[in-house]
Design a protein around this ligand. Structure first.
Ligand code: FE2
Ligand code: FE2
Ligand code: FE2
Length: 439
């Protein structure tokens, strides 16, 4: 269906680096980790003379490589140079491998902490090992200095002797030789201190870089809702529920097929800024303090920022990022009022509230659809939500709620298939099982 949205294409790298930016916003200690790892990997691969297609796959994989980390505590532990736990690599692999578009990156990500002596000799494993080396160099630099090329360059010898310590087992000697070559190139260090971090990547990819059509984009959003929603047991089915409600309302209110598909995309993306919100806040079993709420409110702003970097997603951005705005002007993050909020944004606001109220939260039980409607009606009476949208939901409550349940059950089945992997060493994810009960 979505292919009917025409010949719109976007640069895959723009989208992926935008999402990586959100992933890395979770803590300043990991700021820009993905994009800088991609720059280092690109430089090494270029020095080795990797074929263009493989270089492209490596850069995309590098920009996504840590998506299997669901919480910031684990990510901080990975800043230890000798970090050994590779379960996040397995999760990243499992999330991406199911998709034909992402499977080449999945294979590279899977072994980005695997010693080369444990792997067969082939191109994919060479790329994995380059990613392994690039990731460790980025972590090393991050722990040492703060982004100055001259200071960075002075560390070349330290980097090389550290890598050589591990060449008998972890890092392929030819990759370490390439690192030596790269360290002599001034541009490498300037790349790493640059402000527009994605421009060095464009230099390697040139004009031939991968383009996403709408089908790819849809696939990307489909996978990314898992990465986003599965960070917390309370949100495992959230974006899927919002999508079902928002697209049902849009359809009933006369949106075209293309617009309904765009609404689906916007729903999957609407909370993408939550990637940057610490789990301690998302999972807090009680009301948030003023400061915690301020951090939480940042997610809608970040959804806006992430989607803003891709011009072709302008409408999707507005429908996705304004879901906490209220017609009365007391929503967030822009405090917009009625004239600024289009029907698409108003639908998303209602869909988000309905889906959230019918889900478990750490501080309350899920509400029945009728109870959720009572709250939504109150908010409509006080002028916060759009009456036409709420009337549509009210008139078609059973139909829309059934669509929500069906979508959420489907995603729950996918989650259960991966539960063992996700819960390994993460008892919190398994101890609470609220997602198992849908109402
Ligand atoms: Fe990493
Ligand atoms: Fe939200
Ligand atoms: Fe939401």
């Amino acid at each position: 269906m979505i292919s009917q949205m025409g010949g719109v294409t976007i640069r895959a790298l723009d989208l992926v680096t935008a999402v990586a930016y959100a992933v890395d916003c979770v803590n300043h200690h990991v700021a820009e980790h993905h994009v800088k790892t991609a720059i280092i990997a690109g430089n090494i691969a270029h020095a080795i003379g990797i074929a263009r297609r493989d270089l492209e796959n490596l850069i995309m994989a590098s920009a996504l490589h840590d998506i299997g980390f669901f919480n910031s505590g684990e990510r901080l532990k990975a800043l230890d140079f000798e970090y050994k736990d590779s379960s996040h690599a397995e999760i990243g692999y499992a999330l991406l491998a199911s998709s034909p578009i992402f499977s080449p990156y999945a294979d590279i990500i899977r072994n980005h902490h695997t010693p080369y002596v444990e792997m067969d000799k082939n191109v994919t494993n060479l790329l994995s090992n380059i990613l392994f080396v690039a990731d460790r160099i980025e972590v090393f630099l991050k722990n040492k200095v703060n982004g100055n090329a001259i200071e960075y360059r002075d560390l070349s010898n330290e980097i090389l002797s550290l890598l050589r310590k591990y060449t008998d087992r972890h890092f392929m000697p030819e990759i370490v030789d390439a690192v030596k070559e790269v360290c002599n190139v001034e541009a490498f260090w300037f790349d790493l201190e640059g402000n527009d971090s994605s421009s060095p990547l464009r230099r390697y990819l040139g004009n031939s870089q991968l383009l996403f059509n709408w089908d790819n984009l849809y696939e990307f959003a489909r996978i990314f809702r898992y990465i986003l929603d599965w960070r917390s047991p309370f949100t495992v089915t959230h974006s899927s529920g919002v999508k079902a409600v928002a697209t049902s309302i849009a359809e009933l209110m006369g949106f075209s097929q293309v617009e309904v598909a765009m609404m689906g995309l916007a729903a999957w993306f609407h909370d993408i800024g939550k990637l940057a919100i610490p789990l301690e806040i998302i999972n807090k079993p009680g009301p948030l303090t003023y400061d915690e709420m301020a951090i939480m409110k940042r997610h809608a702003y970040l959804t806006y920022v992430v989607l803003d970097s891709v011009d072709e997603l302008d409408t999707v951005k507005l429908w996705a990022a304004l879901h906490h705005e209220k017609l009365t002007g007391d929503g967030y993050p822009f405090r917009l009022t009625k004239p600024d909020l289009t029907l698409g944004s108003r639908i998303m606001a209602v869909a988000d509230i309905f889906a959230a109220l019918t889900e478990f939260r750490p501080y309350r039980q899920p509400m029945t659809p009728q109870k959720a409607m009572d709250i939504i009606k109150d908010m409509t009476s006080s002028g916060k939500l759009c009456r036409n949208v709420v009337d549509c939901l009210k008139r078609n409550l059973d139909l829309i709620n059934d669509a929500r349940l069906e979508a959420q059950k489907e995603v729950l089945n996918v989650y259960r298939g991966m539960e063992e992997l996700i819960c390994k060493d993460r008892p919190v994810m398994c101890k609470i099982r609220p997602y198992a009960e849908l109402v």
